[in-house]
Write a protein that binds this ligand. Structure first.
Ligand code: ZN
Length: 282
């Protein structure tokens, strides 16, 4: 077992001890009662209506790689508190509670894995950690994922999610947009494919940088994707927005996203695309 899985699965087992066996979850979309075991088996998708539940980063890594081939990079990077947010709501306290809750140091996990036998650079953002907001650690780790993959001539697959910039880090957060975009430009110069997978929700600075710079941009069904939230936009032109505005399917029809892919088909879709794109490169 790779060190990543022995560390993270051990952490998850300890946490899961408190969840009673045979626990049921009600689907928020259709009301169907789903057992935890069934949900896990079905990649956290409702078998009655296809609603996509949030998915933790370990399950996403397992979905997009072979066995336990994932080797994590830079897992120890942590944020400083450059603006000195103090008090009970301090940035330091927020980071600590999120680290304890998730077992990870920040909102993204990066590394190298095999997918159907092919080496890939793989990153997964996790909305459960401070709404996957992009601060200096998230930006730096995504940059390192892209740069190391460029060096090793690997394609990059990145599962995106984000509520926006990490306000606790001010301008340092916004700088990550340019840094990650620059790294992607150098990756593209080597003719290496980059596939972002947009999940619910992918917004603001992440949406306006690496999430929408893919060679092929994939999204999960019904994911909220946009720059500003619907409430902010509505107040600007003072008019109602079209039905389904900012959902994956709407953005696919408008051309921003290439394909909406249900989770059950994601692994085969990504692997098939990489086969074609890497073959075209040779
Ligand atoms: Zn359902």
């Amino acid at each position: 077992m790779s060190s990543f899985f022995s560390r993270t699965l051990g952490f998850n087992r300890t946490r899961k001890k408190d969840i009673p066996k045979g626990l049921f979850t009600k689907c928020p979309s259709c009301g169907e009662m789903l057992s935890q075991a069934d949900l896990e088996k079905n990649l956290f998708v409702c078998r009655a209506c296809g609603y996509h539940f949030p998915m933790d980063r370990i399950s996403r890594i397992q979905m997009l790689s072979d066995g336990e081939t994932f080797e994590e990079w830079d897992e120890g990077l942590t944020s400083k508190d450059p603006l000195k947010f103090t008090g009970t709501d301090s940035y330091e306290a927020k980071l600590k509670s999120n680290q304890e809750k998730t077992g990870f140091k920040d909102a993204v996990t990066i590394g190298q894995a095999k997918l159907e036998g092919r080496d890939i650079g793989l990153g997964v953002m996790d909305f459960k950690f401070l709404a996957a907001s992009m601060g200096s650690v998230v930006g730096e780790k995504i940059t390192r994922l892209i740069e190391k993959s460029t060096e090793r001539e690997l394609p990059v697959v990145l599962v995106c999610a984000s509520g926006g910039a990490r306000m606790y880090e001010g301008m340092l957060s916004l700088m990550q947009m340019a840094k990650t975009s620059g790294a992607l430009a150098r990756h593209a110069q080597k003719n290496l494919p980059y596939i972002p997978i947009l999940t619910h929700p992918t917004t603001a600075g992440v949406m306006a940088s690496f999430a929408t710079l893919g060679d092929v941009i994939l999204a999960e069904p019904q994911a909220l994707i946009g720059f500003a939230g619907p409430r902010v936009i509505k107040e600007t032109p003072l008019q109602d927005l079209p039905e389904g505005f900012q959902r994956s399917e709407f953005l696919r029809d408008k051309g921003l996203i290439d394909r909406v892919v249900p989770r059950g088909e994601m692994r085969d879709t990504v692997s098939g695309l990489l086969d074609k794109m890497m073959a075209a490169r040779e």
